[in-house]
Design a protein around this ligand. Structure first.
Ligand SMILES: [Zn+2]
Length: 322
């Protein structure tokens, strides 16, 4: 199969957003390779893709699949008119609301006790219900996608930079259980999180998490929140539980449980409420479970949705007329 030539990208990186969250997403979206028609659904049919992937040596297939998945994510974001950063439709973008919580007064003006890097499975990328991005919007957490060319290098850099202060949060961890905020530090078998400054969070479903965990050096300690604590914890995702594939504690909530400043924890939890309400609004679930969205936002979202439905209906009418 011949590789089609590059389309000229209509996308240009936004200026003035300097933190690692924005720059890492800009990079993931902008990489010309992800814009190659080979890696999109429009440019390359599934059967042509299968031919191509089988023509590759086995060791290159994971990278190619991740590139294709990323290409399709970018395609979806642009086709559906979604925000590049929160992955909601632009009319109900939650970025500004969450960013507002990050300022003085929101997180108490103090930086979080821990910094985060998110290792995000390509399947999580561009999902409106993904919670890892909350840590990016609030605390500037960098997003890395496994199997992409630079990810391994970046993980090694983090290890060199943070040394013994770096850990990986992994639910099936056997190494340490950490005591979350509110629990007694130093409980039997618990390792106080104070010894770490930077946490790599695995942002993937339960089944995918173990694969991602194997990509990270075994020398970096793994931490998990004690199962007893988790069994008493109710996720803010609970109202969506029957309607989505979310289960257990979300990435953002797990991270919040490691933070020491109550204001930072509350900023994460409030962002979760905003996100869950916005998801319910999209799915027309009433009443909204947390009631944190303004009337203006709800009204605007409603009008935008009707417009989108009208446009879609117009397209359908045109199709049936032809
Ligand atoms: Zn947004």
């Amino acid at each position: 199969m011949t590789i089609p030539s590059l389309n000229s990208p209509q996308w240009a990186p936004r200026k003035g957003k300097q933190d690692l969250f924005f720059s890492s997403l800009d990079l993931l979206v902008a990489d010309p390779q992800r814009r190659d028609p080979l890696y999109t659904t429009v440019g390359c049919s599934n059967s042509a893709w299968l031919d191509y992937i089988h023509s590759l040596p086995t060791n290159l297939r994971s990278e190619a699949s991740a590139l294709r998945r990323m290409g399709q994510c970018v395609e979806l974001i642009e086709e559906k008119g979604r925000c590049y950063y929160c992955w909601f439709h632009q009319s109900i973008c939650v970025c500004a609301m969450i960013r507002a919580l990050a300022g003085v007064g929101g997180t108490g003006g103090s930086p979080p006790s821990l910094q985060f890097t998110i290792l995000m499975h390509p399947r999580e990328f561009s999902r409106a219900s993904n919670t890892g991005k909350i840590l990016g919007l609030l605390f500037g957490a960098e997003v890395l996608v496994p199997w992409l060319p630079n990810t391994e290098k970046r993980l090694r850099e983090l290890q060199n930079l943070w040394g013994a202060e770096l850990c990986v949060m992994y639910p099936q961890a056997v190494a340490f259980e950490v005591s979350p905020l509110g629990a007694e530090e130093g409980e039997k078998g618990c390792c106080p999180i104070r010894r770490f400054s930077h946490v790599i969070l695995i942002d993937a479903t339960w089944n995918e998490a173990s694969k991602l965990n194997r990509m990270i050096s075994p020398d970096i300690p793994r931490v998990a929140i004690s199962p007893e604590f988790m069994s008493r914890y109710t996720s803010l995702f609970a109202p969506l539980r029957d309607r989505s594939r979310e289960s257990g504690v979300s990435t953002a909530e797990a991270a919040a449980l490691l933070l020491r400043q109550p204001a930072c924890v509350e900023a994460v939890m409030q962002s979760m409420r905003i996100m869950v309400d916005a998801l319910c609004l999209e799915k027309c679930v009433r009443p909204l479970p947390y009631g944190v969205l303004s009337e203006d936002y709800i009204r605007f979202a409603h009008v935008a949705k009707l417009e989108r439905q009208d446009i879609a209906r117009g397209r359908l009418d045109k199709k049936s007329a032809n």
